[in-house]
Design a protein around this ligand. Structure first.
Ligand SMILES: Nc1nc2c(ncn2[C@@H]2O[C@H](COP(=O)(O)OP(=O)(O)OP(=O)(O)O)[C@@H](O)[C@H]2O)c(=O)[nH]1
Ligand SMILES: [Mg+2]
Length: 625
């Protein structure tokens, strides 16, 4: 059997999953009558809701007598661990680059990982239909930029001599000849993705098969089946097995000591289109799926014989953020979901960490609080969202950046390079936003490839502590009116840049338990903005809004109007609250301070003070720089 194993890698939104749709369609994976949803690989609920890929996923197509295993990966930096863990499954990668946006931070990250694995890389200049690209010479600029990136990342001569394809993945065509692009765009020529299939077959080497004295497969991904339990997905390096074979899972325990577990591979599968089909045999070179134990951990090696060595575990970049997860101790605990006990919360988090190489788990001094280390706020938000959809109630604290010590004992903090494209007119506001948080502007240029007609846009780069970047995404979106794009990469660790204000405003806090009353809220309107509408149930210590000043304010939001006469009451119904600020999970994560928790239930997200009783806590927030 001829096999090729490739991954599709890129910065977020550059069109990976859309390209996979058309690779599947054109390889005849779907029957004629079958209607296929867009971005069919984004099968998770949260993926579909948010329009982004979160987990790397496998598929496979048949082209002539060759099977091409394809791994679609996420492009958002927070899910970079997904890209890292699948790299050892493949021998080649399609590196997509948006023809207008060019190479961005995650392009660099994924390319660096691909080069380190010595993958054969095919560069796909995608979205050539974008108006900013047509007739501007932008495609050549982007090719040069990508070439420079290869060189900067230490690519060898062979790697830097990459084949180039120009594509419109949304319409399912591509060409290796730049001059054909206008003809394809104007539909004078009809195109398809054959040039990509051809290049994969020609340039990506067939999987190297070793013989290490038996079956050997590294677990690069774990999925779950209701019938079979845990499933290990990985590329078979050596040997073959038949269904039902006795296997050994070589792993390590918490103290890094080797462990092993025997099991029998009751069922084995390979990928075929979007399906996992049961097979009788798995052979070296292919990507296979093995069932038989619930113990699989990413990075384990599955072997047929004790003498077959374990492969080195997958090494990934270290987490940069830590967040405390706690049992829900709020007065409403257990009302809207299952208020899980610490044991169950711990088990749930441990399970997540087993299947996600980019996360780490730590116990804390408190028996009902656990620390999860992650890559970013979005990664944590996705985990939280998943847990609440499972019906759980719990609390999380403000994420904190993980600092390290320098050679002379000085404290170092992570610094990121932020790249953003913004409309020119918001330049001042954007600079102010980042400079207030110790950001330093390092590059400023008109957005490349603009034509006369397009609005003036700028590309800016800042160096900024990760600490300063936390909680700025939604502010950035507000300041740029949703027209900015922003991404970043970890530049390294530098000496701590000093204090700055995380949040200027204090909280409005309910001083009692009850229901919010419109009359009371109107009376407090000039004190700040509320997060909830009237009739919301509140408890003492629950944050109901943001104060206009920098201290906290305990307020009575439950005060009823004394009914002196009926007329006044009816007149009031015409008064409407000026505005509520709806706080989503992500805005809460950005907003909260150290002395607050986010309480999460299947129905609600609330911010509360860690200390609930108003007479037990200060309203002066001294930690505010
Ligand atoms: N103009 C244009 N838009 C495209 C093209 N290909 C994809 N898009 C759009 O770009 C957006 C992102 O596409 P996806 O396929 O989800 O991108 P992705 O790289 O998989 O994104 P992540 O997995 O979240 O990193 C969608 O709105 C697509 O419709 C293209 O060739 N031209
Ligand atoms: Mg995607």
């Amino acid at each position: 059997m001829n096999i090729r194993n490739i991954s599709i890698i890129a910065h977020v939104d550059h069109g990976k999953t859309t390209l996979v749709d058309f690779l599947l369609r054109q390889a005849g994976t779907f029957a004629q009558h079958q209607s296929v949803t867009d971005r069919v690989m984004d099968s998770g609920d949260l993926e579909r809701e948010r329009g982004i890929t979160i987990l790397a996923k496998n598929t496979a197509v048949q082209v002539g007598d060759t099977k091409i295993n394809i791994v679609d990966t996420p492009g958002h930096a927070d899910f970079g661990g997904e890209v890292e863990r699948i790299m050892n499954m493949v021998d080649g990668a399609l590196l997509l680059v948006d023809a207008a946006e060019g190479a961005l931070p995650q392009t660099r990250f994924v390319l660096q990982k691909a080069l380190a694995q010595d993958l054969k890389i095919i560069v796909v200049i995608n979205k050539v239909d974008r108006p900013e690209v047509r007739g501007t010479g932008r495609m050549q600029e982007v090719i040069n930029q990508v070439f420079d990136l290869f060189v900067e990342l230490g690519a060898n001569e062979d790697q830097a001599d990459f084949p180039i394809v120009f594509a419109c993945s949304r319409e399912g065509w591509c060409t290796t000849n730049e001059e054909e692009v206008p003809l394809l765009l104007s539909k004078e020529m009809k195109g398809d993705l054959k040039p990509i299939f051809d290049l994969v077959l020609e340039k990506v080497p067939a999987p190297k098969v070793e013989d290490v004295g038996g079956f050997q497969m590294m677990v690069s991904n774990i999925s779950y089946s209701d019938y079979l339990g845990s499933l290990a997905i990985g590329r078979i390096r050596s040997g073959s097995i038949k269904k039902g074979a006795r296997l050994i899972r070589k792993s390590e325990n918490e103290n890094r000591q080797e462990t092993s577990e025997s099991f029998s591979a009751d069922k084995i599968f390979t990928f075929q289109g979007l399906k996992q089909v049961e097979v009788d045999e798995l052979v070296a070179g292919d990507i296979g799926i093995v069932s038989g134990t619930d113990g699989f951990k990413i990075g384990d090696t599955v072997v047929s014989d004790a003498v077959v060595p374990a492969l080195p575990r997958i090494a990934v970049e270290k987490p940069t953020l830590a967040m405390i997860f706690s049992v829900n101790t709020s007065p409403f605990s257990g009302r809207e979901g299952e208020a899980v006990q610490s044991r169950k919360l711990r088990d749930r988090l441990m399970r997540e960490v087993r299947g996600n190489v980019a996360l780490r788990f730590e116990d804390t001094e408190a028996p009902d609080q656990f620390r999860v280390l992650a890559r970013g706020e979005l990664q944590l938000a996705i985990l939280i969202e998943q847990m609440r959809r499972e019906g759980m109630e719990f609390m999380v604290a403000k994420p904190v950046v993980i600092q390290t010590k320098g050679p002379n004992g000085e404290t170092l903090e992570p610094i990121e390079t932020v790249v953003m494209d913004i409309p020119e007119e918001v330049m001042g506001d954007v600079s102010q936003l980042f400079q207030k948080r110790k950001g330093i502007l390092t590059s400023y240029e008109p957005f490349p490839g603009q034509n006369e007609a397009s609005r003036k846009r700028l590309r800016l780069e800042f160096d900024i502590p990760t600490r300063g970047l936390l909680g700025t995404r939604s502010k950035f979106m507000t300041v740029t009116k949703g027209e900015g794009i922003i991404s970043s990469f970890l530049k390294g660790f530098e000496e701590v840049r000093g204090e700055f204000l995380h949040r200027i405003n204090g909280s409005l806090i309910s001083d009692r338990t009850g229901k919010m009353v419109e009359y009371a809220m109107l009376g407090l309107e000039d004190r700040g903005v509320f997060f909830f509408p009237p009739n919301t149930e509140v408890y003492e210590g629950m944050v109901v809004g943001e104060h206009t000043r920098d201290n906290d304010l305990n307020v009575n939001v439950c005060r009823e109007k004394k009914l002196t006469n009926i007329r006044a009451a009816s007149a009031d119904t015409f008064v409407v609250l000026a505005g509520l600020r709806k706080m989503t999970l992500e805005t809460c994560i950005e907003w909260i301070d150290e002395d607050e928790w986010i309480e999460i239930t299947p129905q609600n997200v609330r911010v509360r003070k860690k200390v609930l009783a108003s007479n037990m806590r200060s309203t002066v927030r001294v930690d505010r720089g």
